[in-house]
Design a protein around this ligand. Structure first.
Ligand SMILES: *Cc1c(COP(=O)(O)O)cnc(C)c1O
Length: 344
């Protein structure tokens, strides 16, 4: 049990000791329960199994330099879950219940919280699923809210590395005025197959364009897009991009560094003008992108256009500086003037 190697952790479904569960029924959330039973019992007609009535969040808890335990910006995740639950017509836990259950999950799995010094953390995965048995396409106020956790590594080990990405011309992520800006499982379903194809071709990431015209950059499959041009931090403004909390944090840090922050539509051709490009999200903070190939058909070898930012493996100075500032605050190595750390 105590043989976890904190230095070689990846980002995997790791079975810890306890999950935290609450059940919404008859108009209220049940008192939450910490259980070692990892099996959820669902009616085979449960909404989630047929109609993908499911959404989730992802956030991290850190053992800081001075020994304290901090969750990074959990209020933002609670608010985003509410927005997503409303979109799906689901009941949603209050911010207070969300925070209490995240805290309970950490306290009940303390031996899985990586000690300071390994660049590792405890990833929290709250999720909400509609469990009422029904065939009709109508919302029903019954749901499970569950908080799971898993110890995760820094993704890079000791050194941050840049990776390749591809624009899959024949796959879209989200419809215009659709579900793209909500953190729902259904948005991910259509990305499994293209990711598999891209990975087999040596690409780490898929970069999706806006599906209406394919003229603008939306985001990567599970992370937001940002580009650095001179002293500017540029990120797409689009209705079908997930509002990433990491991106929001990076924008605030970039402003702190005296950079200009632009949130506006990003035409695909502008990729040729960026000095650095990165994918950002909680799991990785930043994946620097070495180059992006644009393909008309992902399955085929032909590359229509290629945009280069840095040699494979290398990392641009601005991306590195942003990354170090955020992780410095997360691990309690640098002051947190923003109050982003929520201490438990
Ligand atoms: C979760 C997610 C992100 C990243 O959001 P963070 O709050 O930074 O973790 C970006 N894009 C998509 C599609 C996501 O689901």
């Amino acid at each position: 049990m105590n043989s976890i190697n904190w230095d070689t952790l990846g980002f995997d479904a790791y079975r810890t000791r306890t999950v935290i569960i609450s059940h919404f029924k008859d108009g209220e959330w049940s008192p939450f329960e910490a259980t070692e039973n990892f099996s959820l019992t669902l009616d085979p007609f449960a909404q989630v199994l047929h109609y993908a009535i499911s959404c989730f969040e992802g956030l991290k808890a850190f053992r800081q330099k001075d020994g304290s335990i901090a969750i990074f910006r959990p209020d933002q995740n609670a608010a985003r879950l509410k927005r997503t639950a409303d979109f799906l017509g689901m009941p949603c836990p209050s911010q207070e219940l969300f925070l209490q259950m995240c805290e309970a999950c950490i306290k009940n799995n303390l031996e899985f919280l990586p000690p300071y010094g390994h660049r590792a953390s405890l990833y929290l995965r709250p999720f909400l699923v509609g469990v009422h048995p029904q065939m009709q396409l109508t919302p029903y106020p019954e749901a499970f809210f569950v908080v799971l956790c898993a110890p995760v590594g820094s993704y890079y080990g000791q050194h941050m590395k840049s990776r390749a990405a591809v624009i899959p011309g024949n796959y879209d992520r989200a419809a215009p005025k659709g579900s793209g800006s909500y953190k729902i499982g259904a948005n991910y379903a259509g990305t499994f197959k293209p990711y598999q194809i891209a990975h087999n071709q040596g690409y780490a990431e898929l970069l999706y364009l806006n599906s209406a015209t394919h003229q603008f950059v939306d985001e990567f499959g599970s992370s937001n897009f940002f580009g650095i041009k001179g002293n500017k931090y540029i990120t797409p403004l689009s209705d079908s991009v997930l509002p990433s909390i990491t991106n929001k944090t990076l924008q605030e840090v970039a402003a702190e560094f005296g950079m200009e922050v632009e949130k506006r539509p990003v035409p695909v051709e502008e990729l040729a003008e960026f000095d650095e490009v990165g994918a950002c999200g909680t799991a990785v903070v930043i994946i620097p992108i070495s180059h992006i190939d644009r393909k008309v058909r992902l399955e085929e070898a032909e590359i229509a256009q290629s945009y280069r930012f840095c040699p494979d493996g290398e990392v641009g100075a601005a991306s590195m500086r942003l990354y170090n500032r955020i992780t410095g605050i997360q691990f309690g190595e640098q002051e947190d003037p923003y109050g982003w750390c929520y201490y438990i």
